[in-house]
Write a protein that binds this ligand. Structure first.
Ligand code: NAP
Length: 492
């Protein structure tokens, strides 16, 4: 179904409405924001199977996956609503006055306040959890910001249904007009107009490096720059340490064949780079991985554009000198299907050729054969910022290879020990974001309630009378939120 693209005058009007809504919504209590978020969750549930079948038609994702992704999206909304009310994210700090000090110490109280209208761009591979009512939207509402979503053209109808669910919840909760707007636009013009509009105060993006970097540049080139939180691609390196490889190469290879091809490899945490040291264990790992990959059938990708990009990037990677094809699925791919593929290259080839560092979004991974631990450390050191890195290691491996561990910690947002990187738990301790180019600001996460802080800024109130202070900072803690008072954290 075709939807009309938003025009520039329409964008001006909706941004004006979002700006007005901001000045009303920011004054609502944490409880009112949370009630609105829970109402969105209920409306999503009420969308029933029509929403799932629409998403299945648009994305080729199977029903079970979409059902669990919707449940995850609902959980994001309700758990961030709970975090919003609980208030720890506000980082309330109170330092009481001390007139006896020379010079006298003033009363200073600080908390986070909302930034203003947030523009959200969702990714094609998560039509619910990282899209219209996904993590960025939930975090922005919790922070006190109106949201404008640019629908992903690959699932525009799904996005429209979810957008209507948010509007229904907004109406039921008497939210101000302009609290949420949903626009379409298949070219770059709509996105550019939204990011550069003077009333836009932040951007949340999940998608490709090219898209995320472009939006980040526009955000920074404005007369008044704004934060653009782009969560982009990643190749999620996996380091196979010597003792672990010696002990369990076939098991590791089987687990990784599954992780590389899970969901036709269309996860931002897909393991696209596997690094080991030349040894009989690595040979065994490669042989078993090859055998497994041959038996995994190609799957239909999200949309023809993603399938075309996969085919092109896979060909480019395989055409590099010193890159060898290890194995591909024995089943020929049909139209728009991704062919499971594993390649291999030496550690030196990886160090010399930046093309080997690039994400091939789909069921593709390259095994890097290092000549020794020093080369493995060099590979870790020369790998760009990543969402995740994984260590397959025994306790002895971990104790013996501290320098590698330090190099790995330096390049990623999450380090997985003896597991696979696919799968991102929604919880407060999650870090989803990493050093550039994995994301544009490695200090923040886009998953977990800490993501709310992206859309807020600190303000300190100096020498205010108790009556005039926001409730969050008043004496006696009327909202019973977690605060730090005179350097002591607690519920005081
Ligand atoms: P995408 O092509 O970058 O699209 C994402 C959104 O950004 C779309 O709405 C797209 O609209 C817009 N966009 C892209 N380039 C733009 C530009 N130059 N100007 C204005 N708008 C632009 O990404 P995708 O294909 O949906 O997703 C696949 C990628 O996302 C993979 O690289 C994957 O690793 C990454 N991803 C990352 C995460 C994470 O959490 N880090 C999660 C999921 C996926 P148009 O299509 O209209 O241009």
């Amino acid at each position: 179904m075709q939807f009309p693209e938003a025009t520039i005058p329409e964008i001006d009007l909706l941004m004006e409405q979002a700006w007005k809504a901001f000045h009303q919504y920011r004054k609502l209590s944490l409880r009112q924001r949370a009630t609105f978020m829970r109402a969105i969750a209920t409306e999503l549930e009420n969308c029933g199977d029509e929403l799932l079948f629409t998403a299945m038609r648009e994305t080729n994702l199977p029903e079970a996956r979409l059902r669990s992704e919707r449940a995850r999206t609902i959980f994001q909304l309700t758990s961030y609503a709970a975090a919003c009310e609980e208030g720890a994210w506000l980082e309330a700090r109170i330092d009481e006055a001390n007139p006896a000090k020379t010079p006298p110490k003033p009363d200073i109280r600080k908390m986070l306040v909302p930034l203003g209208p947030v523009v959200v761009f969702g990714a094609s591979n998560f039509p619910f959890a990282y899209s219209t009512a996904g993590g960025d939207t939930a975090c922005a509402f919790a922070a006190g910001c109106p949201v404008i979503v640019k629908a992903h053209p690959a699932h525009a109808q799904t996005s429209e249904l979810v957008g209507n669910a948010i509007l229904a919840a907004a109406a039921k909760c008497n939210m101000p007009k302009g609290i949420f707007t949903h626009v379409h636009g298949a070219g770059i013009e709509v996105g550019k107009a939204l990011v550069t509009h003077p009333h836009t105060k932040a951007v949340g993006f999940t998608g490709s490096f090219a898209g995320g970097k472009q939006l980040f540049d526009w955000g920074n080139q404005r007369a008044v720059p704004i934060p653009v939180f782009s969560e982009m691609g990643s190749i999620n390196p996996v380091f196979l340490l010597p003792e672990k490889l010696e002990q369990s190469a076939p098991g590791l290879a089987k687990a990784y064949a599954g992780s590389i091809t899970l969901g036709v490899g269309q996860f931002c945490t897909n393991p696209g780079l596997i690094i080991g040291i030349e040894s009989p264990g690595l040979q065994q790992f490669i042989a078993t991985l090859a055998d497994e990959i041959k038996h995994i059938a190609p799957g239909t990708m999200l949309h023809p554009g993603i399938a075309k990009a996969f085919t092109e990037k896979r060909s480019t990677a395989l055409a590099q000198e010193q890159v060898a094809l290890v194995a591909e699925s024995a089943t020929a791919p049909a139209q728009n299907q991704g062919l499971p593929t594993v390649a291999s290259a030496s550690g030196q080839a990886f160090l010399d050729n930046p093309v080997l560092h690039q994400e091939v979004f789909g069921p593709y991974s390259i095994v890097i054969r290092c000549k020794d631990m020093a080369e493995m450390i060099a590979v870790a050191t020369h790998t760009e910022g990543q969402l995740t890195a994984t260590l397959m290691a025994t306790d002895n491996d971990v104790r013996r290879h501290d320098e590698l561990l330090e190099a790995v910690k330096n390049i990623c947002g999450r380090i997985i020990m003896n597991g696979v990187p696919t799968g991102v738990e929604v919880c407060l301790s999650m870090q989803h974001g990493g050093p550039y180019p994995a994301s544009t600001d490695s200090r923040f996460t886009s998953v977990g309630a800490d993501g709310i802080k992206r859309f807020a800024r600190p303000v300190a109130f100096q020498n205010w009378s108790n009556d005039l202070l926001p409730d969050e900072l008043k004496d006696g803690n009327p909202l019973k939120i977690w605060r730090t008072v005179n350097n002591k954290p607690g519920l005081e």
